[in-house]
Write a protein that binds this ligand. Structure first.
Ligand SMILES: Nc1nc2c(ncn2[C@@H]2O[C@H](COP(=O)(O)OP(=O)(O)OP(=O)(O)O)[C@@H](O)[C@H]2O)c(=O)[nH]1
Ligand SMILES: [Mg+2]
Length: 453
């Protein structure tokens, strides 16, 4: 198995930084019915289709974010434009990506979704709605509108996916304690087992069925002293037991390295607490493994003396001795654990929802930059090739108070106003007859990289 620098196996990836772009809505059409003997056929431009959305779906069939991490540019299909004869454009196809159970989706540190259940779906990026065709703009006053909207751009942002494996029981301990052997004994999982430390490089999960109850158990790579600060493989994987309800702490009767079993127990417990206080507080069952070895019983008695209040199990993961008793205890304890005390993934405070308003701020060159989700979307959906669409935009600018606000901000004749990537020249002059609004609305496309043309 190949290893990354951090010591993690390259096949197990638990974070992914992705770029999401949902499909754009299709443009609406501006078209008129033309038929023999029907002189004023009226508008018949169809609507654009809806852009494809991007979905994440949780499934136990996937155990790593590897696929996504290696293909982080995720797009869904754009929709088709509407056509004449009231033909609406076809919708863009959705894109669905499968993620492991326990995947958290974040944007700017804020949790958007915590995908915990099999089949749970989350629309991460919404496809744009279709632009309306000119049929939608027919009014009593304008029976032949030459207005159609462009499609709404699909949602676009960068997201972080973080996986923390979801299991009820986490198996912890020094390397070589027999964690993988135990997981293999109680579940169908077949982790690699060997008589050397750090055999396990990735978390393994197995479903355990015992006396009609079932639970998921996770075996993580062995911990060593300093694991919570990044030593060994430890801390990368400690986060994978943070959401478990119960820990089973396996102790090798031979101790680990220079540590005698008692010291070994304390070192592991210190590492757990050092990584996160919640891990220190979690119910932990102490288990002396390898009871088939001669020194095991003595070590068990000694530990029982040192940790008087705790019930310490003595098992042999290899022969199965004592394992049933341990499983009995686990299925008795699991339902007693209050889920509200469990770890919740950390989230930055959610930003206050954007209002429909806009902001005006001059940039260094004196251009008035207007920002606001709704006004920017309006610009993106305006078909600037249509004079009637211009009129509509002018009316909307006036209705939402943009003219007034610009004037108040100090805009004078000829000043530039930028909204989204468009620039307008502001004018207080009386508009041409029959044209509502005040702007001259000369516009040019603004390319932030090239500067103003
Ligand atoms: N005698 C005896 N040996 C055992 C028992 N359980 C595990 N072993 C042996 O201990 C060694 C380590 O077992 P693993 O299950 O790989 O240990 P681990 O805790 O998963 O180790 P890492 O993955 O390195 O952290 C292997 O050689 C096992 O065969 C047991 O009950 N009795
Ligand atoms: Mg192992």
């Amino acid at each position: 198995m190949t290893q990354t620098k951090s010591g993690r196996s390259a096949t197990f990836i638990d974070t992914a930084h992705v770029y999401l772009k949902a499909g754009n809505g299709g443009n609406g059409a501006s078209s008129f019915r033309r038929e023999k003997y029907i002189p004023y056929g009226g508008p018949d431009g169809g609507h654009g289709g809806i852009g494809g959305s991007i979905w994440f779906v949780a499934t136990s069939n996937v155990t790593t974010l590897r696929e996504i991490a290696f293909h982080p540019h995720i797009t869904a299909e754009d929709a088709n434009p509407g056509g004449g004869n009231k033909r609406d454009g076809a919708n863009g196809e959705d894109k669905t990506l499968y993620v492991p159970l326990g995947t958290v989706v974040k944007k700017d540190g804020v949790i958007l979704a915590d995908l915990k259940e099999e089949g749970q779906r989350f629309r991460a990026a919404r496809g744009g709605r279709g632009g309306r065709g000119n049929t939608a703009f027919k009014t009593r006053f304008n029976t032949a509108p030459k207005i159609s909207e462009n499609g709404e751009p699909g949602e676009e942002y960068e997201a972080w996916l973080e996986l923390s494996v979801l299991a009820d029981v986490g198996l912890v301990g020094f390397p070589n304690a027999g964690k993988s052997t135990l997981l293999a004994a109680i579940s169908a999982a077949r982790p690699k087992i060997a008589g050397y430390p750090f055999t396990t490089l990735n978390p393994n999960i197995g479903m355990v069925s015992h006396k009609g109850k079932s639970f998921a158990a996770a075996d993580i790579p062995g911990l060593i002293e300093g694991a919570h600060e990044g030593k060994g493989l430890g801390d990368t994987f400690l986060k994978h037991i943070i959401r478990t309800k119960l820990l089973v702490h396996l102790v090798d009767p031979a101790g680990f390295g220079d540590f005698k079993p008692e010291k070994a127990v304390r070192v592991i417990e210190k590492e757990l607490k050092g990584y996160h206080p919640l891990l220190g507080k979690k119910t932990a069952i102490l288990v002396v493994n390898k009871s088939d070895l001669p020194e095991a019983a003595k070590v068990h008695d000694l530990l029982q003396k040192k940790f008087k209040k705790r019930e310490i199990f003595l098992i042999s993961a290899a022969t199965g001795k004592g394992v049933t008793k341990l499983l009995d205890r686990i299925i008795k304890l699991l339902p007693e654990i209050k889920t509200e005390d469990l770890y919740k993934p950390e989230s930055a405070p959610a930003p206050t929802p954007k209002s429909g308003g806009f902001r005006i701020a001059p940039d260094t060159e004196g251009t008035y930059v207007v920002t606001g989700a709704r006004i920017e979307k309006l610009i993106a959906m305006t078909n600037f090739a249509q004079p009637d669409s211009w009129d509509r935009l002018r009316r909307i600018f006036r209705t939402i108070g943009l003219d007034k606000a610009l004037k108040k901000a100090g805009a004078v004749e000829g000043d530039l106003v930028r909204i989204a990537h468009r620039e307008f020249q502001w004018s207080d002059a009386t508009p041409a007859a029959g044209r509502p609004g005040k702007f001259a609305y000369k516009y040019r496309r603004f390319d932030p990289d090239a500067g103003i043309a």
